[in-house]
Design a protein around this ligand. Structure first.
Ligand SMILES: Nc1ncnc2c1ncn2[C@@H]1O[C@H](COP(=O)(O)OP(=O)(O)OP(=O)(O)O)[C@@H](O)[C@H]1O
Ligand SMILES: [Mg+2]
Length: 260
């Protein structure tokens, strides 16, 4: 089976991209898959959420994308077995600008990943909340896009722009890219709003929408400050259960035996 490379993207901020990269990654690792989280966001939330001290890093995605550092040399193990992270620091903010004038600027991540792909079953790319060059690198390197959507007002705002960008990438950089998953996040079962948004998203995206829904949960928002995925921080919490459901469904979509 070839490695699935999943760009987790939504240019809307704070919808659960990094939380999903960390916790889907940990849940897949818990199911014996080898997983690499690539942090493409200068905020470095996936990096710190996985317990990596950004100040102590010798190299990070900035050096990988712009200084020719080998991706393998930047990768750090995490406290979760089989889960690894290619970390990001605030320096990566400069990459967005410095990349503009470099050769094959959209393909830097794709070529950096090439030699490492066979080490992992899944690569999850945590994209920043923009549609700039860092996200474009994510789309060019990916085999699919996972779109987290927060169950809040204006949930679908910007989604058509996102889909338009993905189509552009399909036409020019990466013919095989597909939106393979839409994930409802921060669902609040007590409100009609959450249910309304969920229904709207399911109507718009149909089967692409995962049945697993991530609830709004304080534990999920606390875990990053301990540098741990929910799976080890609070394994019996609703958030942990939801991400395990998601991982099961994710694997069913990716590893179904089709008699080939
Ligand atoms: N299901 C949830 N329940 C409660 N809080 C959550 C949940 N998911 C994420 N959060 C919190 O909401 C905030 C935004 O989440 P997260 O950082 O994952 O979003 P993001 O899309 O990566 O944001 P950005 O666009 O800034 O990169 C964080 O403080 C996070 O801890
Ligand atoms: Mg983020």
């Amino acid at each position: 089976m070839s490695t699935a490379v999943v760009a987790i993207s939504n240019q809307k901020g704070g919808v659960g991209k990094s939380t999903s990269a960390v916790n889907l990654g940990a849940a897949l690792a818990g199911l014996d898959r080898r997983v690499l989280v690539v942090d493409m966001d200068p905020q470095g939330n996936a990096t710190s959420g996985l317990g990596i001290d950004r100040a102590s890093l010798e190299s990070s995605m900035y050096e990988v994308l712009l200084k020719g550092v080998d991706l393998e040399d930047s990768i750090e193990p995490t406290s979760t077995g089989r889960l690894f992270v290619a970390p990001a620091t605030i320096e990566l903010a400069a990459a967005e600008i410095e990349l503009v004038s470099t050769m094959s600027r959209e393909l830097r991540l794709k070529s950096a990943l090439e030699n490492s792909l066979d080490q992992y079953d899944y690569v999850l790319i945590d994209c920043p909340p923009s549609l700039g060059l860092l996200t474009l690198n994510g789309f060019a390197a990916a085999t699919e896009v996972l779109i987290p959507i927060q169950c809040e007002y204006y949930a679908l705002e910007g989604v058509s722009q996102l889909l338009k960008n993905i189509e552009l990438v399909q036409r020019s950089l990466n013919r095989d890219l597909e939106v393979k998953g839409v994930l409802l996040t921060m669902f609040d079962g007590r409100t009609n709003l959450s249910a309304d948004v969920a229904a709207q998203v399911r109507e718009f995206f149909g089967e692409s929408t995962y049945r697993a829904v991530i609830p709004r949960s304080v534990k999920l928002s606390e875990a990053p400050s301990y540098g741990e995925p929910i799976e080890s921080f609070a394994p019996m919490s609703r958030g942990a259960i939801a991400y395990r459901h998601l991982a099961g469904e994710f694997l069913a979509r990716h590893e179904e035996v089709d008699g080939e």
